[in-house]
Design a protein around this ligand. Structure first.
Ligand SMILES: *[C@@H]1O[C@H](CO)[C@@H](O)[C@H](O)[C@H]1NC(C)=O
Ligand SMILES: *[C@@H]1O[C@H](CO)[C@@H](O)[C@H](O)[C@H]1NC(C)=O
Ligand SMILES: *[C@@H]1O[C@H](CO)[C@@H](O)[C@H](O)[C@H]1NC(C)=O
Length: 344
């Protein structure tokens, strides 16, 4: 995937050279000598200087992929993968399909020793889910259960909402949270500040006795476009809509940003999902006007025993010191993560 589908021999060698260099630098940076047995004697400053000397090489790679022959290549390959396979949750059939496709791509790109290594991975399924505001007005909300969340009972959880903008506020208003659904409308200043609410929101809400928690998507902006199509029809009226109407899925993808969350030992597990920035802001306004907000939350999320899957492994043997340097790529979830596993 880093390498394009139709590389000329020259480009290939060029890229191999670059990759070789990267391995070299990484090994130095981690203090490991790759051309000998002793530890590297180089100072951090020397390593920094050496890395800086590769600035032009790095620029050429960027240029190649932004303006040159490889223009749009990553985007197009990614688009093909996500269009064909769809979401690739850990433990899903889609993930297995994606791994198969990527294995073929790596082989097609001429990487060496392409193979799969069996591995056990978490298996969680989101299931059917919905959130409907019942008071102060009927409003069907878009939600996405957070990875690893438990589900609700089949009849759902119907409870009053407590909106807070921070963990500090949750602490101050702790006694108010008992038996409620906590909605976090945390401002987005930067990712690392906002993502805490996704990771720890359910645990903190459970500590003060909440039944469930909803977090504002960890994003600076969202476009809740299908609201205009469906709001006003009411919950009873939209029973004619299939649960997974295509418009639902495609649009949800663009305005709900989710990821995994973590429970803590000794703290009750409560269901948790993300909502849109718009709904979080709206509930904040409603609460500040003194409106009582009631939500019915239904989530069919479930965890299963760890599933069988694979790490995808491919190698590039160093062109200058083939017996000493081998670049190994290890892909956990196929698209986003690369890790240098081994240099020998
Ligand atoms: C960047 O790529 C373009 C198109 O391939 C090429 O014309 C140009 O010389 C390159 N610039 C650099 C600095 O490599
Ligand atoms: C890359 O995509 C842009 C925007 O769609 C397009 O203008 C350009 O021609 C594409 N380049 C190549 C090499 O296909
Ligand atoms: C992120 O935002 C918080 C405030 O919400 C601030 O304290 C922190 O320094 C910011 N971090 C970065 C990396 O900008």
């Amino acid at each position: 995937m880093i390498l394009g589908r139709k590389l000329t021999g020259k480009t290939m060698k060029f890229l191999l050279f670059i990759l070789f260099s990267v391995v070299h630098l990484l090994s130095l940076a981690s203090g490991k000598a790759i051309y000998g047995n002793g530890p590297s004697q180089r100072t951090l400053q020397e390593v920094k200087e050496e890395i800086a000397r590769y600035g032009d090489v790095a620029k050429s790679i960027i240029n190649l992929s932004v303006y040159g022959k490889a223009q749009n290549r990553s985007y197009e390959r990614l688009a093909l993968l996500v269009d064909t396979v769809g979401p690739r949750l850990s433990g899903s059939k889609n993930l297995e399909k994606a791994i198969e496709i990527m294995q073929q791509n790596l082989k097609g790109d001429g990487l060496e020793n392409v193979h799969l290594e069996p591995v056990k991975i978490p298996h969680w399924e989101r299931g059917e889910e919905s959130a409907v505001m019942l008071e102060p007005r009927i409003h069907k909300m878009a939600i996405l259960g957070l990875g690893s969340s438990i589900g609700t009972p089949p009849e759902g959880i119907t409870a009053e909402v407590l909106v807070v903008t921070s963990f500090d506020e949750l602490q101050r208003r702790g006694p108010d949270a008992e038996g409620k659904i906590v909605v976090y409308n945390q401002p987005y200043t930067n990712y690392s500040a906002a993502v805490q609410y996704r990771m720890e929101g359910a645990v903190e809400a459970a500590k003060v006795g909440a039944l469930a928690s909803l977090i504002r998507s960890v994003a600076s902006f969202s476009i809740y476009s299908w609201t205009d199509l469906f709001v006003g029809k009411g919950v009873e009226d939209d029973s004619h809509l299939p649960d997974r109407e295509p418009i639902d899925i495609s649009v949800i993808g663009s305005y709900l940003v989710e990821g995994i969350q973590e429970y803590q030992n000794g703290v009750p597990k409560i269901p948790t999902a993300c909502i849109t920035v718009e709904d979080a802001e709206m509930m904040s306004r409603m609460a500040s006007h003194g409106n009582r907000i009631v939500i019915q939350l239904k989530m069919g999320a479930k965890s299963y025993p760890d599933a069988d899957s694979f790490n995808t492994v491919a190698e590039i043997t160093g062109s200058k010191y083939p017996e000493q340097v081998r670049w190994t790529v290890w892909e956990q979830d196929v698209v986003v993560k690369f890790q240098f596993l081994e240099t020998v």
